[in-house]
Design a protein around this ligand. Structure first.
Ligand code: AP5
Length: 213
């Protein structure tokens, strides 16, 4: 069975943190468009050169480039049984493109967990985020402290002014997807203000309940 999930929520809601766990639990791919863009930037590919300034500014990459990158990622073998999509879709145009992409291999979105977190917590979460550059694991200086030997990086777009721009982009372009998926009957709201483990328990509970319904 192919299972495709879309993690929806504002920047810093915990989509990446939770998507990694869900993909491991269900043995499906974790597709993060932010990670894919950052990997292209690090490898200095043509795509990376095109999007580097956009990511640094906190704006969104144009739909055409984003959808094409996702289309290619879907061809990889680990995505054949399904995927947790993290950071995609992010605009109504991307949501429609995803529907068409999945229809090509007779699949559809199983669930859209929407991780709700209030704005005042998001800035603190993002400015305190650190990523282990060797393992890709996501930490927070206060809420999920890294081990002392971790090699940490701080994302350039996690500075406060860029975070605020990202939150504006989310409100304008991505928040309308909440209604889009609610109308399709696949949206499930999750309280993202709980501790990380409690959010994971709710998320896996919702997914398992839906799979056995
Ligand atoms: P992307 O990398 O997708 O960033 P984002 O959506 O802004 O999401 P984040 O990664 O910032 O947050 P998250 O929800 O994953 O939170 P996390 O788990 O890390 O995109 C970056 C850029 O790429 C965009 O600005 C855009 O330019 C471009 N882009 C990407 N996709 C695109 C698309 N589809 N279209 C166009 N452009 C695109 O957690 C955050 C912090 O909180 C961590 O420190 C974590 O440890 C902590 N934390 C997590 N959960 C909890 C909890 N429950 N309690 C306390 N702390 C917690």
């Amino acid at each position: 069975m192919q299972l495709y999930f879309v993690m929806l929520g504002p920047p810093g809601a915990g989509k990446g943190t939770q998507a990694k766990t869900v993909s491991q639990e269900l043995d499906i791919a974790h597709i993060s468009t932010g990670d894919l863009f950052r990997d292209n930037i690090a490898r200095k590919t043509d795509l990376g050169k095109q999007v580097e300034e956009i990511l640094a500014s906190g704006a969104l990459v144009p739909d055409k480039l984003t959808v094409e990158m996702v289309r290619q990622r879907f061809q990889e073998s680990d995505a054949k049984n399904g995927a947790v999509l993290d950071g995609f879709p992010r605009t109504p145009g991307q949501a429609k493109a995803l529907d068409s992409l999945l229809a090509e291999f007779d699949a559809s979105i199983a669930l859209v967990p929407y991780v709700r977190v209030s704005d005042n917590l998001l800035v603190e979460r993002l400015t305190g985020r650190r990523t282990d550059e060797q393992t890709g694991k996501i930490y927070h200086l206060k809420y999920n402290p890294p081990p002392p030997d971790a090699k940490l990086t701080h994302r350039p777009d996690d500075q406060e002014d860029t975070v605020r721009r990202r939150l504006q982009e989310y409100e304008k372009n991505t928040a309308p997807l909440i209604e889009y998926y609610r109308e399709k009957g696949v949206l499930r709201e999750i309280d993202g203000e709980q501790a990380i483990e409690a959010v994971t328990a709710d998320l896996l509970g919702i997914i398992k309940a839906d799979m056995t319904a």
